[in-house]
Design a protein around this ligand. Structure first.
Ligand SMILES: O=C(O)CCC(=O)C(=O)O
Ligand SMILES: [Fe+2]
Length: 339
């Protein structure tokens, strides 16, 4: 890794490791972008996406064209998967560094130093060979997940095509960079199950369902269920307000909306114009719904061999492979440094 690259990676993490505290809670709405008549309204939608992504880094898609029935069916299968006995889920262990397979309470964030209170199952197409539960274990699982992954990808590419237009790239630039048919494809569908809490649980300020973080990818699309809140956002990576001064606002889940955010990879690819934004999932407080929380996230992450460089060449070119390795390593070092 070059020194510049190292400094860049650590700059993000230095900040992140000061962000484990509660901060202050504020009221703010996430911009909602209506994709109705996308082809006819492309220019107007592009403008709205650009504004949301440059100012907040978070937005919700309405009338996005993904069938509610499919989203519900996918959630149902996710619940069935997580309801399997532990010994059964252990047959699909997470492949280190490949974002494929099942993990339980293993993701430690630099912001908290503690493991997220969750389990997840990740689908990254080229690495799934021995990781699918078969027809008798969870009927229809593979077929539906593949269909959902494909449709989520298509929608993600539609959104990214608007950013490509505004950045001065060819319209299909990001679609080519996230080619699903290639061996170096590394976009991921992640099924998430945040663990339910016991009735008498005590609030521990160091424990989070997902500790504060930014995503590593280009664009994340999160599907949530109504009544299962907890996602909070804090725009302005470089803003004053570190630690306890920082302001966080909650995103209210709506089943027909997809909550999207920009990740670090697209921030770099846009010479920092599109903002990768801090977010976290907080624990329910006493008196709030404390049952399980299910969500699904699709991470549009450019194929490993793609070269990331913005139109203004603010940063040196780097392959998506090296960029991610560097982020993962820096995360690892930051967690170790906390110990
Ligand atoms: O579950 C959610 O609402 C957000 C998940 C998330 O931020 C992530 O997995 O990166
Ligand atoms: Fe995230």
């Amino acid at each position: 890794m070059t020194n510049t690259a190292k400094k860049y990676a650590l700059k993000e993490l230095d900040l992140e490791s000061t962000l484990g505290g509660m901060g202050r809670e504020g009221e703010r709405e996430v911009p909602v972008i209506d994709l109705t008549d996308f082809d006819q309204r492309r220019e107007e939608i592009t403008e709205q996406l650009w504004q949301a992504a440059t100012e907040v880094g978070f937005f919700q898609l309405a009338n996005h064209g993904l069938e509610l029935a499919l989203i519900r069916q996918t959630f149902g299968l996710s619940e069935r998967f997580f309801a399997l006995p532990e010994a059964s889920k252990q047959q699909y262990p997470l492949k280190e560094g490949l974002n494929a397979g099942w993990e339980f309470r293993s993701q430690v964030r630099p912001s908290t130093g503690t493991a997220d209170e969750k389990e997840s199952y990740q689908i990254t197409l080229p690495h799934m060979d021995d990781l699918w539960p078969n027809q008798t274990v969870v009927p229809e699982f593979t077929r539906v997940m593949l269909d959902f992954e494909h449709q989520a990808w298509q929608l993600g590419m539609k959104v990214l095509s608007c950013f490509a237009d505004r950045l001065g790239f060819e319209r299909d630039f990001f679609t080519r960079a996230h080619d699903r048919t290639r061996e170096d494809y590394q976009s991921t569908l992640r099924l998430l199950h945040y663990l339910p809490l016991p009735e008498d649980h005590q609030m521990d300020p160091s424990i989070w369902r997902a500790g504060a973080h930014t995503d590593f990818d280009c664009l994340t699309m999160v599907f949530q269920q109504e009544g299962q809140g907890g996602l909070q956002v804090s725009p302005g990576m470089d803003a004053e307000g570190k630690g306890e001064d920082r302001e966080w606002f909650s995103v209210t889940p709506k089943e027909d909306r997809i909550t999207c955010n920009i990740g670090d990879m697209l921030m770099r690819w846009s010479d920092d114009r599109l903002k990768s934004t801090l977010h976290r999932v907080r624990m329910p407080r006493p008196g709030e719904y404390n049952g399980p929380r299910y969500s699904m996230a699709f991470f549009c992450q450019a194929n490993k061999d793609e070269i990331i460089q913005g139109p203004e060449k603010k940063y040196p070119p780097i392959s998506a492979r090296d960029y991610l390795l560097q982020r993962i390593q820096a995360n690892f070092d930051a967690v170790k440094a906390r110990k």
